[in-house]
Design a protein around this ligand. Structure first.
Ligand SMILES: [Mn+2]
Length: 336
């Protein structure tokens, strides 16, 4: 259990056997052409104290394997960082502020180990960072990681909103008594960590869920926005509509956003644990990420289920990096 930002920092920066250090692409040597690899800092007492946004990875497959899925997501955090580091901080003339106005720290990856141990660390890190007002970007791993992360987030915030962008509902019961990549949202609601009425799912696809699971989500007072309806509504609007619905217009209520890469169609994101031929376009996923960044409520963003062994020419990891950059650009332009 971590008791302070200092303790968190000690366990990461001073005990290098604890977290795996992040690896970014080589920083640019041209001062006129900086890249995110020039800006993202490693964890230290000083960098963490100053940080607005903190990135960390949870490199695990175990929850996916328990759910009968294809392993590979344990490689996602490092694959995404490679492409993230190469992007420039300049979001374009349509934005007033750019990513270089943020102070971003990367803690590295939670040490590999039995899934429940990794989850416990993830929950503690989420609590600690949220308590200290840091915006979290967590890189999965399977979708099982949202359960501990949101649990840790909830400890620091009490009442919070939860949005899942996904092709699937992920409300399956445990298997053999164990949590897995398809059960995060059932556990979060059943354990009272998030109230049903504070939860929404966006992008849910036909033939990718059991009717019983759909009915269960609705019976909890949660909101489901099917893929077709979300696309038709124009995604940033759909996102805002869900935000207002789950917070009932309370602009103080913090929101945890989970983004499953399998909500994007497989031609745009082939490197997914469970790819789907139908889904959001790469551009739509990017627009959604910007909208989430611009929202003053969103305090945590996880991106899960990217599976580099199934990727094609880095297409999915590059998209994931663009989505994170879009979220960061949104954060930089909040409240303008
Ligand atoms: Mn999912």
């Amino acid at each position: 259990m971590l008791h302070s930002l200092n303790a968190l920092c000690n366990s990461i920066a001073l005990n290098s056997s604890s977290f795996t250090p992040p690896v970014y692409s080589t920083p640019s040597s041209d001062p006129a052409d900086p890249r995110l690899s020039n800006l993202i800092k490693l964890a230290s007492d000083a960098s963490l104290a100053e940080a607005n946004v903190v990135i960390f990875g949870i490199p695990t497959n175990e929850g996916i394997e328990r759910n009968g899925g294809r392993p590979g997501a344990d490689q996602a955090p490092q694959a995404i960082r490679q492409w993230l580091g190469k992007l420039t901080p300049f979001a374009g003339p349509q934005f007033k502020r750019h990513i270089d106005e943020l102070k971003i720290v990367d803690l590295g990856d939670i040490p590999s180990g039995p899934l429940e141990e990794m989850h416990e660390v993830a929950a503690d890190v989420a609590t600690e960072l949220t308590t200290h007002g840091k915006i979290i970007i967590a890189l999965g791993g399977g979708h099982d990681v949202t359960y501990p992360l949101a649990k840790g987030f909830g400890k620091a915030t009490n009442d919070f909103g939860l949005i899942n962008i996904d092709a699937h509902l992920d409300v399956r019961p445990k298997k053999n008594g164990l949590h897995h990549s398809g059960s995060s949202f059932r556990l979060l609601i059943e354990e009272g960590i998030v109230q049903g009425r504070n939860f929404a799912e966006i992008g849910i696809q036909s033939f990718a869920m059991a009717k019983e699971h759909f009915d269960w989500v609705i019976s909890q007072g949660s909101r489901i926005l099917m893929f077709e309806d979300a696309t038709e509504a124009h995604l940033p609007n759909a996102f805002e509509e869900c935000e207002v619905a789950i917070t009932r217009g309370d602009f103080e209520m913090p929101i945890y956003l989970s983004f499953d890469i399998d909500s994007i169609r497989s031609s745009d994101a082939p490197g997914a644990s469970a790819p789907a031929p139908i889904g959001f376009l790469a551009e739509e996923a990017y627009e959604l990420s910007v909208a989430a960044g611009l929202s003053a409520n969103v305090r945590a963003f996880d991106l899960v289920e990217v599976s580099p062994p199934y990727d094609q020419d880095g297409r999915t990891a590059r998209l994931a990096a663009r989505m994170i950059a879009g979220f960061l650009a949104g954060v930089a332009n909040r409240n303008l």
